[in-house]
Ligand binder design. Structure first.
Ligand code: AQP
Length: 336
């Protein structure tokens, strides 16, 4: 079986972009791939996280994985900081990546822009992501478009390591959907929908109530004119809303345009709110069931054990190739 790896940061409540652009698609892989889906808490701490809130955010992310249909019998679901190989390989890969290539990462530029100070972890974030992927010999990495550049960097690092030290890592490929790979903010269609957006009107969170969803959709910015047509260049705000409608209903853009021909933005937004609510409500119901079931900690513990077994073999291989000491064999480590 080929392998798939992906991760989500527990940096806040997940939004519709995380779900439609990534997590919902994870379920498409679980029958045909050996899947490793991680909750990347070490990535989340590249910006400050309140230590009292982070454990809840980690559990929440895992519960949304389950509520979205990921089956722990089929996929290995685990928390990154429970598997020490990630941080270790990350350091080794930092030593084969360059300051110049990390400086070119657009996510780093966006997140550090205008800040006087930011963590060095924010800068080396993509190297940790490369370690995450390479530790599982992943063939594919299902992600949204914002992560494409990071997967490209991961491929470059893997190829460089292989040519310098001998064949060690599988070189993975990003799998990015044709539509919905970058849902935009409801308040600024030129910015991506993001959970760290200070304006909550910009994103629909998976925990929003029906009223909150209806309100956010009603207040979403629109473009000039009144036609519901998919034209990302001329009408970026409406194109974003049509994309959301399409992903929630499965209808194509032309069908949506025909459905709303002669109608205005208010009618469209009302129906859009309904279809988003229909998409999110079943996830919220499943979330509540899983939260009450008490199965989360055993799922994450079993996941960490499996992840540890696989990743420690790959870490050992990489340490051998680099000539590092193997007195403390990573494959012999035990979890608490
Ligand atoms: N707006 C988006 N549209 C489609 N996909 C998206 N993803 C993120 N935003 C969108 C995809 O969701 C997965 C998990 O993302 P992440 O948790 O690693 O965080 P991120 O990419 O940095 O995005 P966020 O949610 O905006 O988090 P913050 O604000 O904390 O940075 C990834 O596959 C991502 O592509």
């Amino acid at each position: 079986m080929k392998r798939a790896f992906s991760g989500v940061q527990p940096s806040g409540v997940l939004h519709l972009g995380n779900y439609l652009g990534a997590i919902r698609r994870f379920t498409d892989f679980q029958d045909e791939y050996d899947c490793y889906f991680c909750i990347v808490d070490l990535h989340a701490i590249t910006v400050y996280q309140d230590p009292k809130e982070l454990p809840k955010q980690i559990d929440d992310t895992a519960l949304y994985y389950l509520a979205s249909g990921l089956d722990p019998e089929k996929v290995t679901m685990f928390v990154q900081s429970d598997v020490p190989c990630h941080a270790e390989l990350s350091w080794m890969l930092e030593c084969v990546s360059t300051f110049g290539e990390l400086s070119r990462m657009t996510q780093f530029k966006d997140k550090s822009k205008g800040k006087e100070s930011f963590s060095s972890g924010l800068f080396t974030y993509p190297v940790l992501m490369a370690a995450d992927i390479l530790l599982y010999d992943a063939d594919v990495v299902p992600v949204g478009e914002d992560q494409k550049q990071h997967v490209e960097l991961c491929r470059n690092i893997a190829e460089r390591f292989n040519s310098r030290y001998g064949e060690t890592f599988k070189v993975p490929e990003a799998v990015i959907p044709e539509f919905g790979a970058r849902l935009k903010s409801l308040q600024d269609p030129l910015k991506k929908m993001s959970k760290s957006d200070p304006n909550p009107l910009g994103y629909i969170s998976l925990s929003d109530s029906k009223d909150e969803i209806a309100n956010k959709v009603r207040r979403a910015v629109t473009d000039s004119g009144r036609e519901i047509v998919y034209s990302p260049e001329d009408k970026p705000a409406i194109a974003n809303l049509i994309t959301i409608y399409s992903l929630c209903t499965g209808l194509g853009f032309t069908e949506i345009e025909q459905r709303f021909a002669g109608k205005g933005y208010a009618d469209f937004k009302k129906e859009l709110a309904d279809v988003v609510i229909e998409t999110i409500t079943p996830i919220q119901e499943k979330y509540a069931e899983y939260a009450g079931s008490g199965m989360l900690s055993s799922t994450l513990k079993e996941g960490a054990e499996r992840a540890n077994q696989v990743s420690s073999q790959v870490l050992k291989r990489a340490k051998q190739r680099m000539g590092l000491s193997l007195l403390a064999d990573p494959t012999e480590r035990k979890l608490l």
